[in-house]
Design a protein around this ligand. Structure first.
Ligand code: BTN
Length: 322
């Protein structure tokens, strides 16, 4: 997305009055024709302008859908989101990113969708992705570490989501390995898929689904008690663009920290944000569900629990049941 469009939106948002083509051209250091072309492109993205001969342009409406230009305008990343695709509707953003990865797209490529018709959750579950109501996003990552470290990266993403939610006014907890909870209801799920050989990652697709603006009635029946949204928790609607840019900005910093220092710095953060730490829960592994007390997160990202016989068990892959 060209930066002239981002700058144009910025200018219109700063000044709610008419701006002449001449003035816009001067401010952006481009020709008047370039201003006109960019405004036409923004109109295709759903922005509505009023244009008066002697006064210029006024921004009347921003699109209900997500505006990639607005996201990019707020990014201060070097890699994440530099290539950003927005689709009004897709089956799953995960699938789009897999396809882009195979075409050779670089680390940091992002796909956002207004709606997913076949959103995927962990363990082949469906992920409800109502139109315009959430952040349905997948990132293409080509990290410089071996496949064994991939689960830790998901945990790093989870801690980043908690930081972002804090910035938007809510305290969230991480249900190991990658659900984000507010109280006892899930607000966000993370799905990591990997294309790798034994000692080398070709690419990772990190999918994040965050419920943003759904109200109680918009939650699908079976999820009503189990799921929540930022709006349900705060009573305030949030701009999805702001959440995406905040997340990408923070995640790039956290990724750098993870590359440099490993999981250790995140262990502490995880520990303080762990859902049901110190409590008894049902755990589902390959055998039938069993009771366990959540103890701590290890330096390698494993979850240590205490079973009913008082034995510590390290979990690398499991699900904590509700
Ligand atoms: C889970 O909690 O089971 C993980 C849910 C992950 C959902 C996100 S939404 C964006 C991306 N596209 C998908 O199809 N799934 C992930």
């Amino acid at each position: 997305m060209g930066s002239t469009k981002s700058k144009l939106i910025q200018l219109f948002k700063e000044q709610e009055d008419y701006l002449s083509g001449q003035r816009l051209a001067e401010r952006l250091n481009v020709s008047r024709t370039a201003v006109w072309k960019n405004i036409k492109e923004l109109e295709k993205e759903g922005f509505v302008f009023e244009s008066l001969k002697w006064k210029g342009y006024k921004l009347l409406e921003s699109p209900v859908s997500i505006s990639p230009s607005e996201v990019q305008q707020s990014l201060d990343t070097i890699e994440l989101g530099k290539k950003l695709f927005y689709f009004k509707e897709v089956t799953s953003t995960q699938e789009r990113v897999h396809a882009l990865a195979k075409e050779g797209y670089p680390h940091g490529t992002v796909v956002l969708a207004g709606e997913q018709t076949a959103g995927k959750g962990r363990r082949k579950r469906e992920w409800s992705s109502l139109k315009g109501k959430g952040m349905w996003m997948s990132l293409l990552l080509r990290p410089p570490f071996p496949p064994a470290k991939a689960p830790q990266l998901t945990l790093v993403a989870a801690t980043t989501v908690v930081q972002v939610l804090r910035e938007f006014g809510v305290t969230a907890k991480i249900k190991w390995p990658n659900d984000i909870m507010i109280g006892d209801r899930k607000v966000c799920g993370i799905l990591t898929e990997m294309q790798a050989e034994q000692d080398w990652i070709d690419y990772l697709v990190l999918g994040i689904g965050l419920n943003v603006n759904q109200n109680e009635t918009e939650m699908p029946g079976e999820l009503k008690k189990k799921a929540t949204s930022l709006y349900i928790e705060t009573g305030v609607e949030s701009a999805i663009e702001d959440i995406v840019s905040c997340l990408l900005n923070r995640f790039e910093v956290e990724l750098g920290r993870f590359y440099d220092k490993g999981f250790l710095p995140f262990q502490q953060e995880w520990q303080s944000s762990g859902y049901k730490t110190g409590e008894w829960v049902d755990v589902s592994t390959w055998k039938k569900p069993w009771r366990a007390k959540v103890t701590r997160i290890e330096e390698d990202g494993a979850l240590t629990v205490l079973d009913e016989q008082g034995q510590e068990q390290r979990l690398y892959s499991a699900e904590i049941l509700w």
